[in-house]
Design a protein around this ligand. Structure first.
Ligand code: ACM
Length: 572
């Protein structure tokens, strides 16, 4: 069977026997399995038309065709291969499940509710592509192959980052992505909620963050060197109730949401809303607008106590929206903060002397340390991009290693938890083929095979340091990925390969059987079709999927390596 991600162990009946379901199978849910039963009724119920009536004790002795139960012993011996993680991140063993299909029907046991939920995803894949539809096709009947599966994930952090700041993804799109993550057994959605080009979460005490900060007048169309502009204003934001809904929807699917408020760089939208947040002795921040261009922006937060208080207010509201059980980690960005304004600012220089730090890197570190302590006092953990290593890493901080493996290696060797997301491997906005036909083909070429061979744990890590790799995430930045169709195109099929990297046991990258994975992808494309995902077809883009002409589009004629050099640090 062509399961993706591949399970740890799957033993199919050699004679090819199958269990045939009747018109409305009975569902029995043991103690604690009610949530999984609800999910099964909703997800399979849509595709099959089944109501899955509950088994009633002693009614007519009919055996329930689907039986769900929690059994902590299922995870025994499937301990984490990597990472004790943190107490607040569910570990691989707790996400284990065991699935048996035989002549009596389906027996699904999960080490926890999460394990059961991942088992339900496997069940859905075994039923066939049409089990991923939202309504039954006429005349369809359902059966399953006899099989025994024992499965557990390789990592506890299996994530996708969506940049909803550069281009806003409306709420229904985010809910849809949570379903797509769940279908691939991915369990972390990192939402990049703020950037120079937009602020996307309602903060009641600072209403201008969305009144002003959520909208920009126009956008550069294509890569940042493109001469073209899209003159349509762009924007949008999530209300606090939208966020509560997103978080609850994710939690029901065992997906944790990591909110990111990017500071002290990538902050022009906030400064446009509240000019006093910027370096007012260097620039007239009252003249700043939400940025309409791409790249690294000089307008960064001023290193003042007032700015700390402002952002504490933001985080206070955020912590209420993202409860600790669902979002133990809070991301504070920390990437790409140019220091030119702090060098030019008398106030910032005075601050360096007051704080007794060495230089501008010390100011950046001061920002991050402040929120590390502040979040820890509230039972949360700070995570930031690997630039937070500059000037000294805050004691409890975890690192998203994006500029390659280096930051992650340094942090892990120093005893910090790490999420690997090196841009050279898993930035899914980067082009996925080298030809001239990709839509706005930016940065490195990273094919489906490249992502399949991505290894989150670099071989040179000591075993102690390797245990600090919580897992990995793929990142989708949206400067040139401006709507859901483009996000689908960039994310898929590569996210399916990524899911297998972080879920399934993996040999060394060069020993991975990509040919076999591609064969299994044939079945998976049919699932993605049933789910309505606009993936990149193996043969290249469909008509109408090419981007605007100009620099960054391959018809400009620039050889790929020039685009790489130009993009590697400017686009994300
Ligand atoms: C990043 O790509 N700037 C984290």
């Amino acid at each position: 069977m062509d399961l993706i991600p591949a399970p740890r162990l799957a033993d199919f009946h050699e004679g090819g026997l199958r269990f045939e379901f009747g018109p409305d199978p009975v569902l029995a849910a043991g103690p604690g399995a009610g949530g999984a039963a609800r999910r099964l009724r909703r997800e399979l119920g849509g595709a099959t038309g089944w109501s899955l009536p509950p088994a009633t004790a002693g009614a007519d002795g009919a055996v329930a065709a689907i039986r769900l139960r929690i059994d902590p012993a299922v995870g025994a011996g499937q301990g984490p291969e990597s990472g004790p993680g943190s107490a607040s991140v569910s570990g691989p063993a707790s996400e284990a499940y065991a699935l048996t299909v035989d002549r009596t029907g389906v027996e699904l046991a999960g080490a926890s509710e999460a394990g059961l939920f991942w088992g339900v995803q496997t069940l859905r894949q075994l039923l066939g592509p049409d089990a991923h539809r939202k309504a039954p096709l006429p005349g369809r009947t359902w059966s399953l192959p006899y099989v025994r599966i024992a499965d557990a994930p390789r990592f506890g952090w299996r994530g996708l980052m969506l940049d909803v700041a550069r281009h806003f993804m409306p709420k229904d799109g985010v809910l849809r992505y949570i379903d797509l993550l769940a279908a691939h057994k991915l369990n972390v959605l990192h939402l990049h909620l703020t950037d120079d080009q937009g602020w996307r979460v309602e903060i009641k005490r600072h209403p201008r963050l969305t009144e002003v900060g959520a909208w920009r007048a126009r956008s550069r169309w294509g890569h940042r060197a493109s001469p073209l502009w899209n003159e349509t204003p762009h924007g949008g934001y999530y209300t606090q109730d939208d966020i509560r809904e997103i978080v609850a929807y994710a939690a029901e699917r065992h997906v944790r949401v990591v909110p990111e408020i990017d500071l002290p760089g990538h902050s022009q939208a906030a400064i446009a809303a509240y000019p006093e947040l910027g370096n007012t002795d260097v620039v007239d921040t009252s003249a700043l607008e939400v940025w309409n261009d791409w790249g690294i922006n000089e307008n960064v937060l001023a290193p003042t106590e007032a700015v700390l208080r402002f952002y504490e207010g933001v985080f206070e509201e955020l912590l209420e929206l993202f409860p600790a059980e669902v979002s133990p980690f809070v991301h504070v960005g920390g990437d790409e903060c140019p220091k030119a304004q702090w060098r030019a600012s008398a106030a910032a220089q005075e601050r360096i002397r007051e704080l007794g730090v060495d230089d501008e890197d010390g100011l950046q570190s001061w920002f991050i340390r402040h929120f590390d302590t502040w979040l820890a006092e509230r039972g949360r953990r700070l995570i930031g991009w690997d630039e937070i290593l500059e000037g000294g890493l805050a004691p409890g901080a975890a690192v998203s290693s994006w500029r390659g493996y280096g930051g992650g290696i340094a942090a892990a060797e120093a005893g910090h938890d790490v999420v690997m997301c090196p841009e050279q491997h898993v930035y899914l906005d980067y082009r996925q083929a080298g030809g001239p036909e990709e839509p706005v083909p930016i940065a490195y070429v990273r094919t489906l095979e490249d992502v399949y061979r991505f290894e989150p744990v670099p071989p040179k890590l000591s075993p102690e340091a390797a245990a600090h790799v919580l897992g990995a995430q793929a990142n989708v930045w949206t400067e040139v990925t401006e709507d859901q169709a483009r996000v689908d195109y960039q994310a898929f099929p590569r996210l399916a390969a990524f899911a297998e990297v972080v879920w399934s046991p993996q040999p060394a990258p060069e020993e991975r059987d990509f040919a076999r994975f591609e064969e299994r992808m044939a079945a998976h494309y049919a699932r993605l079709d049933a789910l309505g995902v606009g993936y990149r077809p193996p043969g290249g883009p469909r008509a109408g999927e090419r981007g605007p002409p100009g620099p960054g589009a391959a018809d400009e004629g620039a050889p790929p390596h020039e685009l790489q050099a130009e993009n590697s640090h400017g686009v994300g």
